[in-house]
Each structure stands twice: as structure tokens, then as C-alpha cells.
Design a protein around this ligand. Structure first.
Ligand code: S3P
Length: 464
């Protein structure tokens, strides 16, 4: 994809359904009894992987445009697959499905593409084995062979990493375990939500149940929506294996992680006006809004409401402010990092446009995402002549004049999209190799960008 600089971006848009919520809707609907209709299901390749794995497991699925109809089989009613289950590029598919499969009465194998086959799975193997599952891996990576185990036992487990995929894996396994499974998230990191002096803006609004989840809580919300009794108390979540799930129709909000690209573009290009409607505003996902506001971006939220247990609303942003990093030490770190983990690539690009730059720490998880995102971001930013320093757990980026360059997506959708936005602020043309991987989360991203970004002459993006 070739991208030219833009003067502004403009428009009113609705974005595809949230990827994280769509995965959960499909998996949990499959574990329920009855029929579930999911509206605004994510068109992402990742969520297609989840649907195709469920199909291999005997779940009847009909898909029409953005609606998906799922005939639930009950939480232990899946059928033995005839071939390995291909999770493609999707860590969420593999980790959440492993939690469901660990309690089934048949053997199954989970495989993924080259990137997914390098990502750490020991984090899910350990708790699942503590529950009684037997899983074979390649040195802690996929392929994962999950042996037949019809009954699991509940455990009490403290998550060693702040990962919603790991949390969700254990919660879903807990639905097929005897007894009550207790899960707690790791103690807050310094500089996180509990350190008022450092990042006062980022405390998430208190959850209705008084808990303070560090990682996204879509699984807990979706399970409750399907009638599961989930108790949350002072950072501990409890689910009992006695719960059954009842099918319910769902409507998925737009994906805030996709919205972040356009919010940043609008913030950095003066005279932009963007309205994004019906977007998910779950407080475990909105830290990006807090960071941008703290740097001077005026973001308005309207029509806030809750549908199917998930908050949503409209976001509008117009780019007409002086951007500067104005929070405490100027460092994004601690628990905040976990709350905006998927937005860090676009935040790095944003960092090049603000007065005193941006530093991100405690983000070592980025090294084991779809690519090593710390090194992918630093390398591509350097190619665009940005001043950047790489740390084992993050990076520091200075305000820089970006120059168009040849960029590598490293096969990572969020890197491809973040640098498509960087190209709008650069001088000269940028060429992104492997840009088609944007389809992993956001097919149509470049069409939306083409429609919204304006320069003096012809359009800004062109595939070749
Ligand atoms: C996700 C959780 C996050 C995130 C990923 C989606 C989810 O991963 O980076 O894109 O849907 O639960 P971790 O839970 O591994 O941090």
C-alpha cells in the first residue's frame, strides 16, 4: 500500500464490531443451550478463525453479512474434530478455545500460523494442567494437543501475567470443572492505577460490582449476560462449574481499538472533524482516551448507553489543539500499559507529534504479540527518521518530523495500520509492505482511510 500525506481527515463513521467481544460472543453462544443471533459480528480474519474452529467442533453456524446465528451445543456438547483446529493468527481463538477443550471428552489439536506458533502458551498450559488437563506442546508453543478429559477440578489461581486471554481461558475451563474456580489478577504495578501521583487520569471508572479489573473484562460481562453467576470481589473472580448458559441475542459495539487509529489521525491533523458512532466504551478498554485527553486532545463522548452488558457511545474529535505530553513523569507505565496494550503502536506514532514525546514502560508483553511490536515500532519509526530509543520493556519517542519511507508490517495488523496513519503526517510517500494483514482485525481499513483522508489532489492511499 502506498500512502501520501493528508491535510485532514473528515467524516462520520461506524466501525466493524469489536474483535474481542465477537470472539467471546461466538464461543460462549456455542457453550449455551439454544440459538443466539449475534449482530455486528467482527468481520476480522481472527473472528472467522473462531467460527471455523467451532464449525469443526460440530457447532451449526450461519453467517449473513454482519449477523451470525449460532446453535449452542451446551458447555460440554462439542464433537471431536476430524482435523487439527486452525486458529490462524489469533491468540484469542487459541487461548480461549483451549480453556473450553480442556474439559471435553475427546482429544483435539490446536494449530496456528507461523506467528501464532511462536507465541507463549505455557501461561495457559500451567493452570489448565493444574485443573487436571493434559496438554502436549512444542516447548510451550503450538501445536497444542489437548487430551480427552471430561472432568476438571476447580483451582485458585493468581495470573502471573496481566492477560485477558489467560484469565478468560481459565474462566471458561472453570465452567466445566467441579467446584469453584478463583482467579486473581497480579498485584498492581508501580506507576499504575493505584499510584495517583503518577497517572491520576487513568483510574478506570469503578465497575458496578466495585472491582478494579486490570485487563479487559468482556468474558466476565458476556458470561453474566448468558446467565452465569460470576462473583467479583477485591480483584478476585469466582466461577462455579455448576453454571449452565442460556442463549441470548447480542449486538456487538464498534471496536475502540480500530477507532484509535482515526482518533489519533484526527487529533494530529488540524481542521479534522471525526465522529465515530456506536463504539465500545468498556472502562477496561478506554485508557487510550485518557492518555490522549491528557496530551491535549479534546474528545467528546455522547449518547452513552449499555447494551448487552457492554457500555457504548459516540466519540467525536476535532484536531485543533496544541499537543503536548502533560502527565506527571510523562511516562505511560504500570497497570495503564495493560489497559491500552493494543493501542500502543498507534500511541507511538502519536508520540512523534507531541511536544515532549512519549515514553512507554512495563510493556514487555508487546514483544510476544503478533510480532515483536517494540522492535517493529522502533525499526519502522527510525525508517521514517523519528528519534526513538528502545528499552527491553518499552521505548521513548521524541517529537519528530516524519519522512515517507518503506515500512514493513512484520505481518502484524496493528503495525500496518499504525504506520498508515504515520504516513499521513510524513513528508513524501510511504510504502507499507504486507499491508493486507490489516484484515486480521479490520478488513476495509484502507477503504475507510481513503474515504476520510483528504489532501489537495488525488486520494491518499493506493494499493499496488
Ligand atoms: C485480547 C487480549 C489482549 C490483546 C488481544 C486481545 C482478548 O491480549 O492484546 O489483542 O481478546 O482477550 P492478552 O490478554 O494476551 O494481553
Amino acid at each position: 500500500m502506498k500512502i501520501k500525506p493528508a491535510k485532514l481527515i473528515n467524516g462520520k463513521i461506524e466501525l466493524p464490531g469489536d474483535k474481542s467481544i465477537s470472539h467471546r460472543a461466538a464461543l460462549i453462544a456455542a457453550m449455551a443451550t439454544g440459538e443466539t443471533r449475534i449482530e455486528n459480528f467482527s468481520p476480522s480474519a481472527d473472528c472467522a478463525s473462531t467460527l471455523s474452529c467451532l464449525g469443526e467442533l460440530g457447532v451449526e453456524i450461519k453467517r449473513e453479512d454482519s449477523s451470525v446465528l449460532i446453535q449452542g451445543v451446551g458447555k460440554s456438547g462439542f464433537q471431536k474434530p476430524l482435523k487439527p483446529l486452525d486458529c490462524g493468527n489469533s491468540g484469542t481463538t487459541m487461548r480461549l478455545l483451549a480453556g473450553i477443550l480442556a474439559g471435553q471428552n475427546f482429544e483435539s489439536v490446536l494449530i496456528g500460523d507461523e506467528s501464532l506458533s511462536k507465541r507463549p502458551m505455557k501461561r495457559i498450559i500451567e493452570p489448565l494442567e493444574a485443573m487436571g488437563a493434559k496438554i502436549e506442546s512444542q516447548n510451550g508453543c503450538a501445536p497444542l494437543k489437548i487430551y480427552s478429559k471430561s472432568s476438571l477440578k476447580a483451582i485458585s489461581y493468581e495470573l502471573p501475567v496481566a492477560s485477558a486471554q489467560l484469565k478468560s481461558c481459565v474462566l471458561l475451563a472453570g465452567l466445566n470443572a467441579s467446584g469453584k474456580t478463583f482467579l486473581s489478577e497480579p498485584p498492581a504495578l508501580a506507576g499504575g492505577r493505584n499510584d495517583e501521583n503518577r497517572n491520576p487520569e487513568f483510574r478506570p471508572s469503578a465497575h458496578a460490582d466495585g472491582s478494579d479489573s486490570r485487563t479487559r473484562d468482556h468474558t466476565e460481562r458476556m458470561l453474566r449476560f448468558f446467565g452465569v453467576d460470576i462473583e467479583k470481589n477485591a480483584g478476585t473472580i469466582c466461577v462455579s462449574g455448576e453454571n449452565n448458559l442460556n442463549a441470548r441475542d447480542i449486538e456487538i459495539p464498534g471496536d475502540i481499538s480500530s477507532a484509535a487509529f482515526f482518533i489519533v489521525a484526527a487529533a494530529c491533523l488540524k481542521n479534522s472533524v471525526v465522529l465515530i458512532e456506536n463504539i465500545g466504551l468498556n472502562p477496561t478498554r478506554t485508557a487510550i482516551i485518557g492518555v490522549l485527553r491528557r496530551c491535549g486532545v479534546e474528545i467528546e463522548i455522547s449518547d452513552e448507553r449499555e447494551i448487552c452488558n457492554e457500555p457504548r457511545g459516540n466519540i467525536s474529535v476535532s484536531g485543533d489543539f496544541d499537543l503536548k505530553n502533560d502527565f506527571g513523569s510523562g511516562i505511560i507505565c504500570g497497570d495503564v500499559t495493560a489497559s491500552l496494550i493494543d493501542e500502543i503502536p498507534i500511541l507511538a506514532v502519536f508520540g512523534t507529534q507531541i511536544e515532549n514525546g512519549l515514553e512507554v514502560r512495563n510493556a514487555e508483553e508487546l514483544r510476544v504479540k503478533e510480532s515483536d511490536r517494540i522492535s517493529a515500532m522502533c525499526e519502522n519509526l527510525q525508517r521514517m527518521s523519528a528519534k526513538v530509543e528502545e528499552f527491553p520493556d518499552g521505548f521513548r519517542i521524541e517529537r519528530s518530523d516524519l519522512k515517507g519511507a518503506k515500512i514493513d508490517s512484520f505481518g502484524d495488523h496493528r503495525i500496518a495500520m499504525a504506520f498508515a496513519i504515520a504516513a499521513l503526517f510524513a513528508t513524501g510517500e510511504t510504502e507499507i509492505a504486507g499491508a493486507e494483514c490489516a484484515d486480521v482485525s479490520f478488513p476495509g481499513f484502507f477503504d475507510v482511510l481513503k474515504q476520510m483522508a483528504k489532501n489537495d489532489r488525488e486520494g491518499v492511499c493506493q494499493s499496488f
